[in-house]
Design a binder for this molecule. Structure first.
Ligand code: SAH
Length: 363
């Protein structure tokens, strides 16, 4: 075995030697969530010094716009006396801080909310606690959404679903095979094992060599969101890398220090992410009773929510350098060649509630 490998690499090699190649969903779950060596368990991956930069870390405008969206939903929900503001995977807590600043415009919203943060990483929990220290809102942390008592809720998830484990199947001349992690000369290697697979309808026509991704791990989360929305008034906003139309393609990526690396390179030390199949997510939510709105690009969502107005408001009191920075941040968030088209936004609501602006019903 290699001496320079990561501690998780050693664990994985031993596991494969004992029980054979492991499926990608298990590999992904271990790389990100292994209790000792998982990527999110031991580090702060965000920002310039980290591995990647998420939209809330690009600009305060992102969280503020989501705050404005939430105030609108609070009205649609009939302004409940008490409700849960829930964030899945809050990272450093940046989005929530910016959101809470924006909702000061509606004092009822602030006095009636309880903040619930769903986070597995002890290190990130500590950072979130620090970030939220100066706010007076009551906060609790939970392992899963199922641990939060039922009640009216607003649920936010930015770059959460892309980190949930997925499986990949490849069409070969003689049938389907599953992509797995095996060993070659003692090193981790991506391989294929023949596997019976009933592809979803959109994948039935996949051509030889094409990869089809399925993410059963999304279901418990989608069902838990839908369960809340069907039992009490509420809405959810999900923003992530993803596609508007389900299609074959290998989107699994490892990212370290702002660049792509092989998924088997130093496991536990790089982030793993794969695009969210928004139609599949909408299907899971609807099948459990929630209403869903048609997904939009992040660009359409932010522009329709007034990104340009926010830029000019903030520019009003800014220096020339700050103005340039605001314009650059807006371009980064909404530019078609930057995050604007790659990321999508989707909303779900309680049955019977209208789709919040700027979303429309998808029938
Ligand atoms: N929303 C933040 C962070 C995105 S990174 C932002 O936009 O900056 C993904 C976040 O989800 C991290 O906080 C990570 O620790 C958390 N996470 C990943 N898988 C999780 C799981 N299964 N349960 C709870 N939290 C999880």
């Amino acid at each position: 075995m290699m001496s320079a490998g990561t501690p998780l690499e050693g664990e994985l090699v031993r596991m494969i030697e004992t029980t054979g190649p492991i499926r990608l969903d298990r590999f992904m779950a271990l790389c990100l969530g292994h209790p000792l060596h998982g990527y999110y368990m031991s580090r702060d991956p965000f920002g310039r010094a980290g591995d990647f930069t998420t939209a809330p870390e690009v600009s305060q405008m992102f969280g503020e716009i989501i705050g404005i969206w939430c105030m609108q939903c609070y009205d649609i929900m009939g302004r409940p006396e008490a409700f849960d503001l829930i964030e899945l995977g809050p990272g450093r807590g940046t989005l929530m801080i910016d959101l809470l600043r924006a909702v000061r415009a509606l004092p009822d919203f602030l006095t009636h909310l309880r903040l619930r943060l769903i986070e597995t990483s002890p290190l990130l929990r500590t950072l979130q606690e620090k970030a939220l220290e100066s706010t007076a809102v009551p906060v609790t942390w939970h392992e899963t959404l199922d641990d939060v008592p039922q009640g009216p809720s607003l649920i936010i998830a930015n770059e959460f679903f892309d980190s949930l484990p997925l499986r990949q199947f490849q069409r070969l001349a003689q049938g389907w095979a599953e992509r797995v992690i095996g060993l070659r000369e003692g090193k981790l290697q991506i391989g294929l094992v023949p596997q019976a697979f009933s592809p979803p309808p959109w994948a039935a026509a996949a051509k030889e060599g094409e990869v089809v991704e399925v993410r059963p791990s999304i279901e418990p989360w989608a069902f838990a969101v839908a369960e809340r929305l069907t039992s009490h008034p509420g809405a959810a906003l999900i923003i992530d890398y993803g596609h508007l139309v389900s299609a074959p393609g290998d989107t699994l990526q490892a990212v370290r220090q702002h660049g792509p690396v092989s998924i088997v390179d130093r496991p536990g030390e790089s982030d793993l992410t794969a695009h969210v199949d928004f139609p599949a997510l909408a299907h899971a939510l609807r099948s459990a009773g929630a209403y869903t709105c048609a997904p939009l690009t992040q660009r359409a969502f932010l522009l329709d929510m007034g990104l340009e107005l926010r830029v000019s408001r903030l520019s009003g009191h800014a220096t020339e350098a700050e103005k340039r920075e605001l314009a650059l941040a807006a371009e980064r968030l909404a530019g078609p060649t930057q995050m604007g088209h790659l990321f999508k936004a989707m909303a779900a609501t309680s049955p019977g509630l209208p789709c919040p602006h700027p979303f429309r019903s998808n029938g």
